[in-house]
Design a protein around this ligand. Sequence first.
Ligand code: GDP
Length: 438
Amino acid sequence: MFENLTDRLESAFKQIKGEGRITELNIAATVKDIRRALVDADVNYKIAKEFTDKVKDKALGNKVLTAVSPGQLMVKIVKDELAELMGGSESDFNAKGNPAVILIAGLQGSGKTTFSAKLANFLKTRSRLSPMLVAADIYRPAAIDQLKVLGEQIQVDVYSEPENKNAVQIATNAIREARSKNKNVVIIDTAGRLAIDEAMMTEVANVKSAVNPQEILFVVDSMTGQDAVNTAKAFNDRLNFTGVVLTKLDGDTRGGAALSIKYTVQKPIKFVSSGEKLDTLDVFYPERMAQRILGMGDITTLVEKAQQQFDEEEARKLEKKIRKNQFNFEDFKQQLEQIKKMGNIKDLLGMIPGVGKAIKDIDISDDAFKGIEAMINSMTQAERTDPDLINMSRKQRIAKGSGKDLNEVNAFLKQFEQMKQMMKMMNKMPMGRMGMKR
Ligand code: GDP
C-alpha cells in the first residue's frame, strides 16, 4: 500500500538529515520533493501545495530542540499533517436506532456489495448487533444473488424483492421486516452505474428521503485516485453523505484518494476495506494510516488484530505446554490457523516498522503456509501429538502424502525442533514471562 509514496517521502527526508538546523534555504528541496511525491501519488496539486506550505511554516516556526534532529522533526511534522489531512482523529459510526439504517452508495464495481456484507459481518461479530442486508439494486438481478451468497457466508439475512422495480418500496418494506424480526441494523445496498447519471442519483436520493438513514456511506475504489475524489464530490452534492469507505487498499493504490477525499468533501473516511475476504474491514484511523505511509508500521492495529483472534485461556494452556516442552504439531497447526485469520500475511508483516519496505518486492502469498500444513495434515494424530514417533518410514509416508520430498520433510522437522528449543529458552528468560498473566 502506498509504497511508492513511502519511498519518495523517505528520500525527501534524506536531504535534510545531516543538517544542524532547519533554515529556509536547506528545507526548500525537501519541501519540493514532498510536494512532488504527493502529486505523483495522485493528490490534487492545490492540496499538495497547501500541505507543503503548512509543513514548511511549522518547520521554520519550530525552535530546534536539541534532542530532535531536523530530519526527525520534519518526519514528525509531516506525519501530523498527513493525519490531519485524512481527518485528524477517527470518527464515530452511528449504528443506534430501531433499526439503525445504513445506506450504501457508490459507482458499480466500487465494492459496494462486498462492503455491505463486510459491514454486516463487522457489526455482527464486533458490535454484537443483529444486522439485515437489503438488496435494493433493481437493475442487476445478479446483484441480488451476489448479496445472498455473501449473506449466507456470514449468516446474515438478506431481504430482496426480485420482481419489484421500486427501490424506495423495497427499502421501506425491508425496514418493516427488520423490525418484525428484531433486527437492529439494516444495511441497504443500492444500485450503482458505471458513471454518475441523473436517474441513479435521483433514485438514491429518493431512498434516502424515504428511510432517513443514520449513516450514508459513499463507497469508493481507492485505485481510481483523482476520479474517486470527483465522484465523491458529485455524490456528496446530492446525498450529503456521512462518511466515506475506501475499498481495495490491498491493491496497488498510490494514495491520492485516501489523501484528498476528506479535504475535498469535508466528510470523514470511516472504514477501509482491503481484500475480497469478508473479514478484511477496518475502522479508519488517520494517525495510523499516516504512520504506515511514512513506513513506521502500525503496531497498534497488529496487536488489536491479534487480540481479536487469541483467546487468553488458550494462550495460557499453550504457554504451559511450551514450558513442559510438549508443544506439538497439532498446536503449531492451530497457531497457523489463528495467524491466517488475522488477515493477509504480507499486510500483517507490513505493520511491523521497517518490514513493509523490506518485503515490498517479495511475493508472500497467503499460501505461504500451505506446504507446512500439507505436511502436518499427512501426519497421523499420534505423530502430531508425539513428534518423536516420526521415524524414517513415517517420514517417507509424510513426504508422499504431502507431495514434498524427503529433504523438505527433514528440514521442516528440524526447524520445528529448533523452534521448540527456542520457545523453551525464551520461556525461561524473565523477559519472556513478564507479559504472561497466570
Ligand atoms: P459493486 O458493484 O460496487 O457492488 O462492487 P462489488 O462488491 O461487486 O465488487 C467489485 C469487485 O471488487 C469484486 O470482484 C470484489 O470481489 C472486488 N472487491 C471489493 N472490495 C475489494 C477489496 O477491498 N479488495 C479487493 N482486492 N477486491 C475487492
